[in-house]
Design a protein around this ligand. Structure first.
Ligand code: GAP
Length: 503
């Protein structure tokens, strides 16, 4: 993962936000290659959802329309959606170190003396889950014992979540970054929404939030879309855009950030067909990720257990990917949720707007149920980077990015072998022509090996090089990124050659 992060920064895919000021945790900037890759993934999703949606079980293409709703909405929308009251994690603060931990990720172990058969618990030590080796734990435990008369500590016996300890015991726990016990607060609910004020006055009345998901903007516009676009149930509304969550533990590069992008689609259907559409979208979304070039060996579907489901949801499945930092386990990439009629009903209740559908054929009025495939665009960028990263010691650069051609930020590099002998004059018109069709880059500087290496790292599938023979017989070499093989092709056939391969 470190190598991927380093390459992403070195080549201009992803930079830490506010880099020159030391960064800001959980925020990332997408550089010239990163924004192009992100846009290409976004376009591919939009095409598959809105412009050319899949064909439904009845053989007819589905109806899905697009939307771009505002990031900031009336605060009442977030009360109705349940985000003001419920979108929170239980947090524990350390009064000494000022660190903050998620209560469910803070685990505690009792400190006992190794030779004490009574098993008396002298103190409790907290560790952030998965962060500390047993040896480090014992070092801290020994230190604590020194203050209590010395002795060697026993290996940690049991691990208990901080939130599950009795209140009186919690007061004796020493936090992961503290030097004294008793500095951790009781768990408190911490809302993940970023709050802001609209207008000049910062009062309760002007308070609102940056959206934590793009989905709610779709529900808010259900009536508008229905009234203006002639869609009939079943139909979908799709949206791509920024979402913001003040995540307590942003981590793993762009996997969990505080500002990110989502690609969400709400598919509205009759309750009696909801289960069938849920199954349809589950398979369809997995197929889409595979079609994007993500290896099926590292993708899987995982059904949520009953206790993972939101109270209104009757089923949810995650498309998971085996990230380098989760392997051999998997992490979430997309969730496909059966949301019932929860959202439309909640907004109807809070706004009094009737968010219903009238079926003119069956003469039936009903609140549609919703199947929601919701994925992270920035998380998709991470998956494509992880999939593409390849080490090959035989190459000019040891590292290359095998990004699928249609997602590659640059499709073709054009180089004169040397920047003299009339070669730039031949390469330039080729570049001028190719850039009309594909994202192309012209580069005449440095040794040719270095230029190939740069393009390999950028994930550019083809490089066209003009050399001495071009002057003699009008041919160029075209180099394939994945094989490194070079073919001689007539200048008049370059477009045809690339069209066959790039589309
Ligand atoms: N509307 C449903 C919803 O927002 P979610 O599972 O919370 O569901 C959907 O988010 C997707 O958004 C996730 O599968 C993930 O890909 C992406 N996502 C969520 N939180 C994220 C974060 N903090 N950073 C990056 N991506 C995130």
């Amino acid at each position: 993962m470190d190598a991927i992060v380093a390459l992403a920064k070195r080549r201009g895919f992803v930079f830490p936000a506010s880099d020159i000021y030391g960064g800001i945790n959980g925020f990332w900037d997408y550089g010239p290659l990163g924004v192009a890759l992100k846009n290409n993934i976004r376009d591919s999703w939009w095409r598959a959802m809105v412009e050319c949606p899949p064909v439904g079980p009845d053989g007819e293409p589905l109806q899905i329309v697009g939307l771009d709703s505002s990031i900031i909405q009336n605060a009442r929308a977030w009360e109705a959606s349940g985000h003001v009251g419920g979108f929170s994690d239980p947090m524990v603060d350390c009064r000494e170190s000022k660190s903050r931990y998620r209560a469910d990720q803070l685990v505690c172990a009792p400190v006992q003396r190794e030779d004490d058969e009574s098993g008396e618990v002298l103190a409790w030590l907290a560790v952030a889950e998965g962060s500390e080796a047993p040896d480090d734990f014992r070092k801290r435990a020994d230190k604590l014992l020194k203050k209590k008369g010395g002795g060697r500590s026993a290996a940690p016996a049991e691990l208990v979540a901080f939130a599950d300890l009795p209140t009186e015991t919690r007061a004796q726990v020493m936090g992961p970054d503290a030097s004294e016990p008793g500095t951790l607060t009781e768990p408190r609910e911490f809302n993940l929404m970023f709050q802001t004020y609209v207008g000049a006055l910062a009062t309760e009345d002007t308070k609102t939030y940056l959206r934590p998901e793009t989905a709610q903007g779709i529900f808010l516009n259900f009536r508008n879309v229905l009234d203006t676009s002639r869609v009939k149930v079943p139909f979908g509304i799709a949206q791509v855009g920024k979402a913001f969550r003040n995540e307590v533990t942003p981590r793993n590069f762009i996997f969990r950030s505080r500002e990110f992008e989502q690609m969400e689609m709400e598919f509205f259907c009759h309750e009696s067909e909801a289960r069938q559409w849920y199954d349809f979208w589950k398979n369809e979304r997995l197929r889409w990720w595979e079609g994007l070039g993500v290896s099926s060996d590292r993708l899987r579907l995982r059904d949520h257990d009953e206790d993972e489901l939101a109270h209104y949801s009757s089923a949810c499945v995650d498309v998971e990917y085996q990230y380098p930092f989760t392997a051999p386990n998997y992490g979430e990439l997309e969730g496909i949720a059966h949301r019932g009629c929860h959202d439309l009903s909640a907004h109807t209740e809070h706004s009094n707007a009737k968010l219903e559908y009238f079926d003119p054929v069956k003469k039936e009025r009903f609140t549609p149920h919703v199947i929601e495939p919701a994925s992270g665009l920035t998380r998709a960028v991470l998956v494509v980077l992880c999939e593409a990263y390849t080490v090959d010691e035989t190459r000019p650069s040891n590292e290359l990015m095998k990004i699928p051609s249609r997602l590659a930020p640059i499709k073709v590099g054009v180089f004169p072998l040397v920047a003299k002998d009339g070669l730039p004059e031949l390469a330039r018109p080729i570049y001028e022509d190719l850039r009309q069709r594909w994202t192309a880059q012209y580069d005449a500087k440095q040794a040719i090996g270095k230029r190939y290496a740069r393009m390999d790292e950028a994930g550019t599938p083809y490089c066209v090089t003009v050399d001495g023979d071009t002057k003699a017989d009008g041919t160029v070499t075209i180099r394939d990124r994945d094989t490194g093989a070079q073919e001689r092709v007539g200048s008049d056939r370059i477009v045809e050659y690339l069209t066959e391969r790039l589309g």
